[in-house]
Design a protein around this ligand. Structure first.
Ligand code: PBG
Length: 332
């Protein structure tokens, strides 16, 4: 960048904004459907599309409908779909055994997408909260979410996902040492090519509220997640977490939530140059979709503006509930 600008009228910034053609020519950031990972909520049943009240336009889908969604995503040019199970409360236990049941909802949906021969990457979530009677991402002992015993369970969960055919495993639990443990286990069980997309910089955020409704974890959750998720005021800690997870074997890293944390995305990309993703989480979706539903903002425009901002901030891609809607717009 030039230290000084020549004075007006030699520099008329508006010259480069005068027409769609010239604006396109100097545009720095391109958003395409291949930037998206689409998170979907899976439930039991058949032919079920169940709306989620706090996320207008987002539904819980039975496995057959998830397969349809994956087919649609592929047709739109979206390269990956991410599965989150809504678990029957009767299957939630203290030992979270449903998390590594080879036939749980997440694994069944993964297999169904793979069996249908759809050329899309399937990402799965590693954390115990959908299966835990306590609603936490790890085991609770004496009111504290314990680390090492949780990591052992996460390894079992991840191996069941890899066996079901997951291409990308996303540990969202924030336990220490889990990336190294998962990488080692995947390697020793013949899953050398399973990618780890670490939720490395995940904050203890109030923006996850609608998600916890969507997976049925809000009723169960006791207390908060501040002993394992980061303080929203911390930036250096995020860099240390990302450095650690890359060193332990993460292929890609994530910052979560997204819009209020673009400074973290930029810093992460500049510092590590690793494939960097942001998760535009449920509360961010709810804010935009809810305001659009009331006619307070133009839904399509705020959606695309929010998404291009992630790219500008250095992200290679975004997990977003807007993925299909945005892809449809971008495909014209
Ligand atoms: C938990 C998990 C959460 C999300 C993804 N995985 C919520 C939490 O940490 O409580 C949030 C995603 C969203 O809000 O869209 N393992």
């Amino acid at each position: 960048m030039q230290p000084t600008q020549s004075p007006f009228p030699a520099t008329r910034f508006r010259r480069l904004r005068q027409s769609p053609a010239i604006r396109a020519l100097v545009s720095q950031t391109l958003l395409t459907p291949s930037d998206f990972i689409w998170p979907v909520f899976v439930r039991d049943g058949e032919g079920v599309v169940e709306p989620i009240a706090s996320m207008p336009g987002v539904n819980r889908l039975s496995v057959d409908k998830v397969v349809e969604a994956a087919r649609e995503a592929h047709a739109l040019g979206i390269p990956a779909i991410c599965l989150f199970p809504y678990t029957d409360p009767a299957k939630k236990t203290k030992d979270c055994a449903e998390a590594w049941n080879p036939d749980n909802l997440s694994n069944t949906a993964t297999r169904a997408i793979k069996d249908a021969g759809i050329d899309i990457a399937v990402m799965t979530d590693v954390a115990l909260d959908p299966y835990n009677i306590d609603g936490h991402d790890g085991f609770v002992e004496d009111g504290y979410v314990v680390n090492d015993r949780t990591v052992e369970a996460l390894v079992k969960q991840a191996l069941s996902q890899a066996a079901a055919g997951a291409d990308i495993i996303g540990p969202s639990d924030m336990m220490d040492g889990r990336i190294g443990a998962l990488r080692k286990a995947l390697e020793s069980h013949g899953h050398q090519n399973v990618c780890l997309l670490s939720y490395a910089a995940k904050y203890a955020s109030a923006f996850y509220g609608p998600f916890r409704d969507a997976v049925g974890a809000s009723g169960a959750l006791k207390g908060d997640k501040k002993t394992y998720q980061q303080d929203p005021g911390n930036s250096d800690e995020a860099m240390r977490l990302i450095a650690r997870d890359l060193a332990e074997g993460a292929d890609m890293v994530m910052v979560k939530p997204g819009m209020p944390y673009l400074d973290i995305c930029r810093r992460a990309k500049d510092m590590f140059g690793a494939p960097t993703f942001a998760y535009q989480v449920s509360g961010e979706y709810a804010m935009l979709a809810g305001a659009a539903e009331r006619g307070w903002v133009d839904g399509d425009k705020v959606m695309l503006e929010s998404l291009v901002a992630f790219k500008r901030a250095g992200c290679d891609g975004v997990l977003t509930y807007f993925a299909p809607a945005a892809a449809r717009l971008l495909n014209g």
